[in-house]
Design a protein around this ligand. Structure first.
Ligand code: F6P
Length: 327
């Protein structure tokens, strides 16, 4: 058992639907164990500014269904400095916070690792990002809601694409990864899915588009991951007019953008976030530190937090093949 008396909880990086459910679970599980809970607002920025708020049962009531995060979020440039992290650690100690539950993606968990390594702060992470690109967990908080939100929009675009016999490039989020694009591409029956893990060269992308057009589809949906380089839908669209294969193409681009980050979390995200929040606190209660809780084959597993952000989660080749076979 641990001698932790007070647990701090925060959300950082891109918000994800279900973060509130996780905050609620962390708070309630810790209170049941007789611990104090302190919310840190605006992620690492708030940690540096000492923005702490005492959490009780009431504070987290009526939030499980809300998107966003009641603790606010952000990306802090100051925290990337040694002095910024030292200030954050001092504030945590002054506030009597013995351990942290960090809810967020790779940047958040990297920050938590730095606090652990440089200042001996006890941390446990909960994977929260719509991108689902974290090693060590099959699913992250917010992914299910984001793909369902995207899917709803893609279905609507399908109607107008069909009416006008057009090809649509629809860009979905996923900074460096194609997990969102692959899932909603399969779900929407996209004719082509462009993700950085598989298609990262404009000539190959053009080749696949030309192939698609030669198949006499009247309308087509191409789901494109935002990606770090060539995969953005606008970049692809701009490269097409100069190529004679695409001269007569009636093409439109839709960027779904931040709509994918908002909205009420799905049941699946609420349950997942609740499981993660409870597991994070129980990890601390058992005296373990520097862990991320993850979902592996339906079970909650614990993985060293440093491994999460230093390793890359591979795209499921089976899902890629599935998409190809049925497109
Ligand atoms: O990591 C989540 C995410 O939504 C990515 O998919 C996207 O690239 C990024 O955040 C956008 O960040 P911001 O809201 O800072 O523009």
């Amino acid at each position: 058992m641990s001698d932790i008396a007070c647990i701090g909880v925060y959300t950082s990086g891109g918000d994800a639907p279900g973060m509130n459910a996780c905050i609620r679970a962390v708070t309630r599980r810790a209170l049941v164990a007789g611990k104090e809970v302190v919310g840190i607002t605006r992620g690492y920025a708030g940690m540096i500014e000492g923005e702490f708020v005492r959490m009780d049962r009431q504070f987290v009531s009526n939030i499980i269904q809300r998107g966003g995060t009641i603790l606010k979020s952000g990306r802090s440039a100051k925290f990337r400095t040694t002095a910024g992290r030292a200030k954050a650690a001092d504030n945590l100690r002054d506030a009597g916070i013995d351990a942290l539950v960090a809810i967020g993606g790779d940047g958040t968990l990297q920050g938590a690792t730095m606090l652990a390594e440089e200042h001996g702060i006890v941390v446990v992470g909960c994977p929260g990002t719509i991108d689902n690109d974290l090693f060590g967990t099959d699913e992250t908080i917010g992914f299910d809601t984001a793909i369902n939100t995207a899917l709803e929009s893609i279905d609507k675009i399908r109607d107008t694409a069909d009416a006008h016999e057009r090809l649509f490039l629809i860009e979905v989020m996923g900074r460096d990864s194609g997990f969102i694009a692959l899932a909603c591409g399969i779900g929407a029956g996209a004719e082509l899915i462009v993700i950085p893990e598989e298609l990262d060269d404009i000539e190959r992308i053009k080749g696949r588009l030309a192939e698609l057009m030669s198949q006499q589809h009247r309308s087509s949906i191409v789901v494109v991951a935002e990606g770090p380089g060539l995969n953005g839908a606008q970049t692809i669209a701009q490269a097409l007019p100069a190529d004679e294969r695409f001269q007569n193409l009636d093409l439109r681009v839709t960027v779904l953008g931040h709509v994918q980050r908002g909205g009420s979390p799905t049941a699946r995200d609420r349950v997942l976030a609740t499981r993660f929040g409870v597991a994070a606190v129980e990890t601390l209660l058992e005296g373990q530190a520097n862990i991320m809780v993850g979902l592996v084959d339906g079970r909650i597993e614990r993985i060293p937090i440093a491994e999460v952000w230093s390793r890359r989660k591979e795209i499921d080749q089976g899902a890629l093949e599935l998409a190809r076979v049925v497109s």
